[in-house]
Unconditional design. Structure first.
Length: 275
């Protein structure tokens, strides 16, 4: 029997507006956690910051208790790629790179974003790794417009990474649809040929999130059942934004400016909804 493709959820403008509210909570919390990611701070301190922002806005966490996950943020330091669990015993050190992944729910609608934060002064190759990952995310976001195909995003991300340097592109994890749930169809690879997969339509919302390493792309999951690290011990970076696709252009729901600055640099006009 031929397997039918998973249905991709289409949102109304009103539903996307609620996702925007969730996205702005996420943006505020990530900015606060970035400021708190200083030498000597624990990764659990970052979780405390996120909880305070959620409480202040009456939002809830879409990470806490998700399949049993025990925290409101994922804090992945150095060779950890994703899903690192915050700890009171883990202290950030000068030169670390911590990837912070965070999401929020407002009235049942989800936002999800991630940043990689340099703790103090990092090595030049680490700064370049994070910059390449962030740029690849934005290049993928620029390809997320009505009429494009899903793998146009994947191809844009991969092309950006390959252009930046010799980095490992993590294959097991990628982006995803988002809306009334955090993880929905479609799965979005961070590599691949363009012009494949479903056509992108107004009302779709996608979380685009490249993960790259300074070495090999192979990963392993630790005994805690969550933390994913590189196999070779090389350091990793992770960046993510949630984007809504509208008839007149993309709207980055987790960016304070709606994505205008970075997308216009790439020749892409954002939706009027981002005004």
């Amino acid at each position: 029997m031929r397997r039918l493709p998973e249905r991709i959820e289409l949102k109304t403008r009103e539903q996307l507006a609620l996702m925007r509210r969730a996205g702005l909570v996420v943006a505020e919390a990530l900015a606060a956690m970035k400021a708190a990611a200083v030498p000597g701070a624990s990764t659990a301190d970052l979780d405390d910051v996120a909880r305070e922002v959620l409480a202040r806005h009456g939002a809830t966490s879409n990470f806490l208790n998700y399949h049993g996950y025990p925290a409101t943020v994922c804090t992945s330091v150095n060779d950890r790629i994703v899903h690192g669990i915050p700890s009171r015993d883990e202290r950030l050190r000068e030169g670390d790179l911590v990837s912070i992944d965070f999401g929020a729910i407002v009235e049942g609608w989800h936002g999800d974003s991630a940043i990689s934060v340099a703790v103090g002064e990092v090595a030049p190759e680490v700064a370049a790794l994070s910059a390449a990952c962030e740029a690849a995310m934005w290049d993928g976001l620029a390809a997320a417009h009505a009429g494009a195909r899903l793998t146009d995003i994947s191809h844009a991300v991969e092309t950006s990474i390959r252009r930046a340097g010799k980095y490992g592109i993590v294959a097991e994890y990628g982006g995803h649809g988002i809306g009334s749930a955090m993880h929905m169809a479609p799965h979005i690879l961070n590599y691949g040929r363009p012009g494949k997969g479903p056509k992108l339509e107004a009302g779709m919302a996608l979380a685009i999130e490249p993960m790259i390493t300074l070495g090999r792309r192979e990963t392993q999951e630790l005994d805690d059942g969550w933390t994913v690290t590189t196999v070779d011990g090389s350091w990793a970076a992770h960046w993510e934004h949630t984007v809504a696709i509208l008839d007149d252009g993309p709207w980055v729901l987790t960016a304070v400016d709606g994505g205008r600055d970075e997308l216009e640099r790439r020749g892409v006009a954002v939706s009027a909804a981002a005004a």
